[in-house]
Design a protein around this ligand. Sequence first.
Ligand SMILES: Nc1ncnc2c1ncn2[C@@H]1O[C@H](COP(=O)(O)OP(=O)(O)OP(=O)(O)O)[C@@H](O)[C@H]1O
Length: 246
Amino acid sequence: MTVELTACTYAYGRRKAPVLEDFNYQLPEGLTILLGPNGAGKSTLLKLAAAVVQPRSGDITFGRLSSRSKAYRTTVAWMPQNISAMPSLTVREYVAYVGWLKGMSRSDAWDRSAEAVASVELTDKSDAKTDQLSGGQLRRVGVASALVHDARVLLLDEPTAGMDPHQRRVFHNLLNGLTDRVQVLLSTHDVTDLAEEADHVAVLHGGSLLHSGTTPSFLAHAPQGSAPARLAEEAYTSLLGSRASI
Ligand SMILES: Nc1ncnc2c1ncn2[C@@H]1O[C@H](COP(=O)(O)OP(=O)(O)OP(=O)(O)O)[C@@H](O)[C@H]1O
């Protein structure tokens, strides 16, 4: 079972041109990274898959669950691009609150929040108010919030933006330990960092998928003779370049 978008059209407002039109996508197993230039529609795709917004037409499903159902919403977890601090809540309260919003009992949410906070190495900040955190720490609270309930699909919008190199490593290790039991779709502008670790890569441009396939099939777009360390970047540039020449 997986998240599947079928013939989806979405626009921000009735008079706006659709960001995604008649869009089809099936999220593969494992870790998929979602690449694309600014404004390509990555966040919109993640919000649709997370049932934060609903398509104007078309269907989004996980097996038999429609994105309009409560059961679907508890199956997926979404980390938005911009995490807002809640000044009155501590880190642990914030994460537990998100679990409760996803339908966990208060006690389960509270218990599991400790694990989720520990997984992003924020235990020492458990009792800190969220408005006293750095930007990178707040993103880690966002990751912990996405992990607190038993989601089967994680939809993460630029989770590593603003994280220092050590925290990126912690995050990648965390993801590696998760992808045998959850599907992950993760948007990033950091082509080199993740393309090697991802099972699949999707490249979005102007609301269309330029590529959706395994990481080796993505890397194969790099021109012959590309330096190994730059394969992902070259593949990405080449894909976008081919689009420009159409
Ligand atoms: N709330 C909104 N209201 C109106 N238009 C929006 C809104 N959010 C996004 N858009 C528009 O939808 C299009 C796709 O935006 P989206 O945020 O999905 O792109 P993105 O690929 O995530 O970009 P970035 O890499 O800059 O985060 C853009 O043209 C953007 O201006």
